[in-house]
Design a protein around this ligand. Structure first.
Ligand code: SDX
Length: 431
């Protein structure tokens, strides 16, 4: 239930403009400016949309000041402790935790859709061995849609849950095949008796003559990473998915666009950048102090990757959970990773440093996640692909919201600051 019983007044050029106040179920409030330009001729300008709501959504709630994150109202801490990635995917996409029958049906749909069309193997052959897997992922998600022509028409033969399962299942196979190709290894096909994350690890690391040893702690650690990444309000990649969906593009095209937005080092690419930062610090023999000094210097071009967040002005609750899981998984796998010690030292130093404290810069989800993925044996160039697999339920759910709501096509305005009217100059007269 949204509350539109209030209005506010804006006085512009002496004219009073009445604008509705919208209040959400968690008492967040917004000024609805839909009528602003018609009433006043003004638009608003908000660099990076830091103060602008793009939609109403019922999927995820974040309170950045209190470090709260809930999927469909359920706290991330409870889900991390008690749920699984696929159960959470159903919660996020379908709006409810599944019954046993619903979970079995969803799991069966994932199994039924885990294979790629065999012809897609030839696409993988066209990529150079050093192709970044995020490039392959976005390309191959779109390529997959070519085998489901109904996606390109309005006559959706399959229900949305089937489309969602198809994308969620195949993205895992594409990612594993991309990794195998990069290592010159034969593709390992999924096994129908393995659950989602175990099957992914099987496709990543098994050999034709020897199955990968699926340690429960390894499977659970990666499943937790996927779960913690499953959705996060209107972050850059999810907002991109909604933007593309608003033109009524198909689910696969919207998800492929989300992959591209996620790739950037300021967003999902940060987990790869964090590991590379920790490795550089380790190689240089610095205990992190020099790097912290550089990260504070605007001219150094360096940032403390994995720190800071547009919304969280306190500890990212996912970072807390992942940090605890780091200690747990590395102990169970008997791994002593010096990069974890460096990460902890950086965190302690930064949280004592006024530069970070004043700017409310805390560890975010990317700061520790790479340590776990490295312990599992996932190569650093695949880290952002792990983020994309984890975020797929959120993208799918946001796509579904756009399709189900009377969403207008996204078409932001701008303030033009270019040349005023001038005319074509024949080339002989140009200077
Ligand atoms: C994700 O939106 C989401 O929900 C994203 C995400 C999700 O689940 O989808 O949570 C996942 O993308 C997490 C963020 C991963 N990115 C990084 O870790 C990269 C490093 N962090 C940043 O570059 C930065 O903090 C952002 C991009 C995350 C947020 O940027 P903002 O909100 O635009 O903040 P800003 O760049 O305007 O910084 C404000 C100030 C600046 O200093 P001043 O100009 O005020 O002096 O803080 C400084 C910045 O220079 N600053 C940092 C810093 N982050 C911000 N300084 C050093 N190191 C950093 N990491």
């Amino acid at each position: 239930m949204l509350y539109m019983d209030k209005t506010t007044e804006l006085i512009l050029d002496g004219k009073i403009c009445k604008l509705p106040i919208i209040e959400g179920t968690e008492q967040e409030r917004a000024v609805d400016i839909s009528a602003l330009r018609d009433q006043t001729g003004y638009i608003t300008l908000d660099d990076g949309y830091g103060n602008t709501g793009s939609c109403r959504s019922q999927i995820t709630f974040i309170d950045g000041e209190k470090g709260i994150l809930r999927y469909r109202g359920i706290p991330i801490e409870e889900l991390a402790e008690k749920s699984t990635f696929i159960e959470v995917a159903h919660l996020i996409i379908m709006g409810k935790l599944p019954t046993s029958a619903e979970l079995r049906h969803f799991s069966d749909l994932l199994t039924d859709n885990e294979l790629l069309n065999e012809a897609m193997k030839y696409h993988f052959e066209g990529f150079p061995p050093n192709a970044h897997p995020m490039a392959i992922l976005s390309a191959m998600i779109n390529a997959t849609s070519c085998y489901h022509s109904e996606l390109l028409t309005d006559q959706m033969r399959d229900s949305f849950v089937v489309q969602a399962a198809r994308l969620l299942s195949k993205v895992r196979t594409i990612a594993a095949f991309a990794y195998r190709k990069s290592r010159g290894l034969p593709a390992i096909y999924p096994k129908p008796d393995l659950k989602y994350t175990a099957n992914f690890l099987h496709m990543m690391f098994s050999l034709p003559y020897k199955d990968y040893d699926l340690k429960p702690e390894t499977v659970k650690a990666l499943d937790l990473i996927f779960l913690l990444h499953a959705d996060h309000e209107q972050n850059c990649s999810t907002a991109t998915v909604r933007m593309v969906a608003s033109s009524r593009a198909n689910l696969f095209a919207s998800a492929a666009a989300g992959v591209c937005a996620l790739w950037g080092p300021l967003h999902g690419g940060a987990n790869q950048a964090v590991l590379e930062m920790l490795e550089d610090i380790h190689k240089s023999g610095d205990d992190g102090s020099k790097f912290i000094a550089a990260a504070k210097d605007k001219h150094s071009g360096k940032r403390l990757m994995g720190f800071g967040h547009r919304v969280y002005k306190h500890y990212d609750p996912r970072a807390k959970i992942i940090k605890r899981a780091c200690d747990d998984v590395l102990a169970k796998l008997h791994i002593n990773d010096p990069l974890l010690d460096i990460a902890k030292h950086l965190e302690e130093a930064a949280l004592r440093d006024s530069y970070f404290v004043e700017r409310k810069l805390y560890p975010n989800v990317d700061f520790y996640s790479g340590i776990i993925m490295r312990a599992i044996g996932i190569p650093v160039e695949m880290f952002t692909v792990m983020f994309a697999i984890g975020r797929m339920p959120g993208w799918i759910a946001n796509y579904k919201e756009v399709m189900e709501a009377p969403t207008r096509i996204y078409r932001p305005r701008q303030i033009y600051t270019g040349p005023t009217l001038n005319h074509y100059t024949p080339i002989k007269e140009r200077k």
